[in-house]
Design a protein around this ligand. Structure first.
Ligand code: C2E
Ligand code: MG
Ligand code: MG
Length: 421
């Protein structure tokens, strides 16, 4: 039987096992709070500053926790995850002073220690309480305006949905509950449809419609995203094959790949095998990759992108401008087209949005100088379209031209298709 240490070697705090062992068999207690702490981007921090400095931050946090939550149960569960069981009355004040201490001694680096708080009911299983505090902590990962957050029941529902997604992915693929719809992309000059984007849709018999916003995040978080992506492009290939067999015309389609696909499987061979099986020429398939690329997978991703391009696929950068690293990503990778994130056009008013206009037009110019085409996402009004036309955008996509729909519907749209030879 494996014996887990009860004390953490690095920080001297309790380990997860040490923490739990202190609580088993103890009588129910009232008025306590469980706090889960996590440091943002700790992996990146280690990469940037080295493991020694990473270790010293962990020790510093352990020291601060011990000082501020004196006499309470404090543990380092794993990596950069710390848990405290404390009095509920002073919990928020203590978290704040901990964060203040930490930030004031590291003013020159962007450190963020998130905290999730949960107030357990009497006699509740402590492991469940910790999970809930963690859930609260995870919920503000992307919300930089909050550094701490209390658990609420909605988070349990989110967790249940996540679990449902993970448990049912394989069967949803096999039973065709996950389908692909296509959204038109329009050449601004001619006003005609020149390409389409394939977007996954999950119609679940139990939960109803699950939006990509929900399942993509979960599948990425749990490293299952490649299964969905392979399924989606196989479906695209089958849809295209059916039209080829009937002698019907086709236009290029873009498929969304996650940057994680490049780590999780041989995504290049998967796609090429699917294309060969259905006799689809690679020139018909564009690859969209989101900009949220971090340094870690750079080599793998760059090799992947170049391989796809050498094979005849265009590679597009999706959601440009939505993350932190857009400009660096443009510098380090070769893309044929930049898709400007729809946030650029959000609330756009031709007479008022001066700043938005500067940002859009200067980024467009940059794309031009780098020899890339520019596509604007999220076009919803004629006014937006006219502005994009006036500054020289190549293509546009958005509800103004059509929502995602079945492949055959695209070809019956009044707007018409512009075929490239
Ligand atoms: P995306 O690739 O940037 O796709 C555009 C999203 O914007 C789609 O949402 C589309 O329905 C929506 N959209 C298009 N025009 C408009 C508009 O005018 N206004 C507004 N408000 N929204 C518009 P959807 O289908 O919900 O997909 C969300 C994201 O999920 C996609 O963003 C993409 O990143 C991801 N996704 C979808 N399908 C797949 C897939 O098969 N694989 C992977 N890896 N990701 C996928
Ligand atoms: Mg996309
Ligand atoms: Mg996009």
């Amino acid at each position: 039987m494996q014996v887990f240490p009860l004390r953490d070697k690095l920080t001297g705090l309790l380990t997860r096992e040490g923490f739990l062992s202190k609580l088993t068999g103890s009588s129910c207690q009232r008025g306590l709070a469980v706090v889960w702490f996590n440091l943002d981007n700790f992996k990146m921090f280690n990469k940037r500053f080295g493991f020694e400095r990473g270790d010293s931050i962990l020790m510093e946090i352990a020291g601060l926790l011990t000082k501020i939550f004196r006499g309470e149960l404090i543990a380092r569960f794993c990596d950069d995850n710390f848990v405290v069981l404390t009095e509920w009355t002073s919990v928020e004040m203590n978290i704040e002073s901990l964060q203040e201490y930490l930030y004031s001694s590291h003013e020159n680096i962007a450190l963020r220690l998130r905290a999730g708080i949960y107030f357990p009911s009497e006699c509740e299983d402590i492991r469940l309480s910790c999970d809930r505090a963690k859930l609260a902590c995870d919920s503000i990962r992307k919300n930089h305006s909050l550094n701490s957050c209390m658990f609420h029941e909605g988070m349990s529902r989110e967790l249940a949905l996540q679990q449902h997604i993970l448990d049912n992915l394989d069967s949803a693929i096999n039973k065709k509950h996950i389908r692909v719809l296509y959204q038109p992309i329009v050449k601004i000059e001619s006003g005609k449809i020149c390409e389409i984007e394939a977007l996954a849709r999950w119609f679940d018999p139990e939960k109803g419609f699950i939006s990509p916003g929900e399942f993509i995040n979960t599948l990425e978080q749990y490293m299952e995203i490649h299964k969905l992506d392979i399924h989606a492009f196989r479906q695209v290939c089958r849809d295209y094959e059916a039209r080829i067999k009937k002698g019907m015309p086709l236009i290029p389609v873009s498929i969304n790949l996650s940057r994680l696909d490049f780590e999780l499987c041989d995504i290049y061979s998967e796609l090429e095998d699917a294309l060969t099986l259905c006799r689809i020429p690679p020139e018909l398939i564009r690859i969209e990759i989101t900009e949220s690329i971090n340094d870690e997978d750079m080599t793998l991703l760059n090799l992947g992108i170049e391989k796809f391009r050498a094979r005849g696929h265009e590679v597009w950068m999706d959601d440009f401008g939505s993350g932190y690293s857009s400009l660096n990503v443009l510098k380090d990778y070769n893309f044929d087209t930049i898709k400007f994130d729809m946030k650029f056009l959000h609330g756009f008013d031709i007479n008022k949005s001066e700043k938005a206009k500067y940002i859009i037009s200067s980024n467009l110019q940059m794309a031009r100088l780098m020899g890339m085409q520019a596509l604007a996402e999220g076009v919803e009004t004629l006014e937006q379209l006219e502005y994009l036309r006036s500054i020289g955008f190549d293509k546009a996509q958005g509800y103004y031209f059509g929502k995602p729909m079945n492949l055959d519907e695209i070809f019956s749209l009044e707007r018409g298709i512009e075929y490239t030879s």
